[in-house]
Write a protein that binds this ligand. Structure first.
Ligand SMILES: [Zn+2]
Length: 163
């Protein structure tokens, strides 16, 4: 696969946690329950990589389209499957650049503009905030980012070791 093209995914409804992790890594990922059936099918007929656990789709349908059949039940292992198959590196990712809830790119926002929209102690103890222009969710660097960074580091290390 050419990495010069942006890699985009369409994740089946059984792969919600994997979809969330791909968004954390910055990959444009449509998740089936969030869009209409036709939009979902269109999206992978138009170049998204379908992430599926449905053997029937894998074996019989749309052979010309790119798809990845996910074997594991565990989201961490599922993420490893995707990274290995596409030979992704950490440099291919843009962690925390995309809204986990709605897939929109998030942007840094002025601290004053979100006063009252986050708990006071969060507003007082953080200087950098980002906002999603899609669903208005506000992000700030908290412990969840630290934990996620460690998981990302680990998953890429493990993929490298097993190659
Ligand atoms: Zn959003």
């Amino acid at each position: 696969m050419e990495k010069s093209h942006e890699i985009c995914f369409a994740a089946e409804r059984t792969l919600g946690k994997l979809a969330k992790w791909l968004r954390i890594l910055g990959f444009n990922t449509i998740y089936e329950p969030e869009v209409s059936r036709s939009r979902f099918i269109d999206s992978w007929e138009n170049g998204r990589i379908l992430l599926t656990r449905t053997k029937l789709i894998y074996q019989n349908r749309h052979k010309s389209h790119q798809l990845i059949f996910i074997k594991s039940n565990n989201p961490f292992e599922q993420l490893k499957e995707v990274i290995k198959l596409l030979k992704l590196n950490r440099s291919d990712t843009k962690p925390f650049s995309r809204c986990i809830r709605c897939n929109t790119l998030i942007n840094e926002t002025d601290k004053d503009s979100i006063r009252g929209k986050v708990p006071d102690y969060i507003w007082e103890t953080n200087d950098i905030f980002q906002i999603c222009s899609g669903c208005q969710r506000i992000y700030w660097p908290g412990s969840h980012i630290k934990n996620s960074k460690e998981i990302i580091k680990k998953v890429f290390e493990l993929c490298k070791n097993n190659n």
